[in-house]
Design a protein around this ligand. Structure first.
Ligand SMILES: [Ca+2]
Length: 431
């Protein structure tokens, strides 16, 4: 659908005529097309009903619609520059862009909000104020607390502020002398914090800002987060290296689930998602019904997956395609086209306001917050729990994130597969 729209919009930037030929249950097909167009920012106008065209087969149906492309987001781009240089990490968020490839922001939200994610993933609990979701990112977002306030107001969520004890922002040693501001990482921080609050509105949030995107600083921030949070979410990574297992001690904390986004470059493995001690979170394209209930999911093409070159295989992984650790363990929505509405006023590429953001950077805080809702983290060992509770997950069985000879390592399959692990949340019982 997106490719079709983009192709058409290259011809006419303001309006395009949508005129698909349909057979079968054409009314529901037509409805689906209009729904997809709307989700991509088009406003359908001057539509007629599907009708059979006289000169063609009786099974062929024509319907016509003009779609206003005013609010269209054409594609997406990585928020952080990359690939990450050796010894550094990049954030894994992707933001939707306009026709010129620039990030697109608006005065009102576009993309999924709390109701969509919570209804879609069958999440009804609101969490506990004795649970703290730790979020580790690089650099400072000076506006995060006020931006979270706008997000909460927009969606009717409880306020989460320093004053009411819900929100806390610290540097990597727990102090309040913050690192330099960074626009890309600020968008990442907005995504992480707002999604954590959306999914677990009663939880506390601890944002730990590393001095830079070096592993040295990010791991220091990780240490602080693990010492002061119940669950820790991370949406960053870099290439694997032979010395990586020497950093694994930072993640070896039984009873504190640590989530890491699996990457945003498609088939391939990144660290720390590769660490045997973390929950590697892959990505999907999440489609919802009109009432926001779950409809379907496929592999998101950008999700990282595959065999680690260095990490030992955890005892709970039984797939046969990797001698060592396989990425991922679980997954959640990550496609920017079905991405989250994110409010960020730190001007990014000339834009501020409501962005639509995806990447496995969205999936990681989402899964961390589901762990928070489950309230069971202290009983879990690393990423093992979902492997023993797959009946409470949606199994993703289609889509691909690259070329691997059609194997489960880069292809959605029945049961475990690389890009989505054991699947996505269907309630909290797998966490
Ligand atoms: Ca699967």
């Amino acid at each position: 659908m997106r490719k079709y729209l983009q192709k058409q919009s290259a011809i006419n930037h303001s309006y395009l005529q949508l005129q698909p030929r349909m057979s079968g249950d054409y009314f529901s097909i037509w409805e689906g097309i209009l729904d997809a167009a709307t989700r991509h920012g088009y406003t359908p106008t001057n539509c007629n009903s599907p009708h059979k065209e006289k000169d063609m087969s009786l099974r062929v149906v024509i319907a016509v619609c003009l779609l206003s492309a005013v609010a269209m987001a054409a594609d997406s781009r990585p928020v952080c520059p990359g690939p990450a240089a050796f010894g550094t990490a990049r954030c894994h968020s992707h933001v939707t862009t306009d026709q010129s490839g620039n990030p697109y922001a608006a005065a009102s939200p576009s993309g999924y909000g709390p109701v969509q994610f919570r209804t879609g993933y069958n999440l009804t609990a609101t969490g506990s104020s004795s649970t703290t979701i730790g979020i580790v990112d690089a650099y400072d977002d000076p506006n995060i607390e006020s931006d979270l306030g706008v997000y909460s107001s927009q969606y009717g969520l409880p306020a989460c502020t320093t004053a009411n004890g819900c929100f806390r922002k610290v540097n990597q040693t727990g102090g309040t002398s913050y690192p330099p501001k960074n626009a890309g990482w600020s968008l990442e921080i907005s995504l992480d914090v707002e999604i954590a609050h959306a999914i677990c509105p009663s939880c506390k949030i601890l944002l730990v800002e590393a001095t830079s995107n070096s592993f040295t600083n990010l791991l220091a921030a990780e240490d602080y987060a693990v010492g002061h949070a119940t669950i820790v979410s991370n949406s960053w990574g870099g290439g694997e290296s032979s010395g990586e297992t020497s950093n694994d001690s930072h993640f070896n904390h039984i009873g504190i689930p640590i989530t890491f986004s699996s990457g945003d470059g498609g088939y391939g493995v990144e660290y720390p998602a590769a660490s045997q001690y973390v929950n590697a979170v892959g990505g999907t394209t999440l489609t919802l019904n009109a009432d926001n209930s779950y409809k379907s999911e496929t592999v998101w093409s950008g999700a990282g997956s595959g065999c680690s070159a260095y990490e030992p295989k955890p005892s709970w992984q039984h797939d046969t395609g990797c001698l060592r650790r396989t990425v991922a363990d679980v997954a959640a929505d990550a496609d920017p086209n079905t991405g989250a509405a994110v409010y960020d006023t730190v001007r990014y590429q000339g834009q501020s306001g409501w962005f639509q953001v995806g990447g496995t950077s969205l999936a990681s805080p989402l899964i961390a917050a589901v762990y928070a809702l489950a309230g069971n983290g202290a009983s879990t060992v690393d990423g093992s729990y979902p492997y023993a509770h797959t009946s409470a997950l949606h199994d993703v069985t289609s889509g691909s994130n690259g070329s691997c000879g059609g194997s489960y390592l880069c292809t959605g399959k029945v049961g475990y597969d690389g890009p989505t692990g054991n699947g996505t949340p269907n309630g909290v019982n797998a966490f």
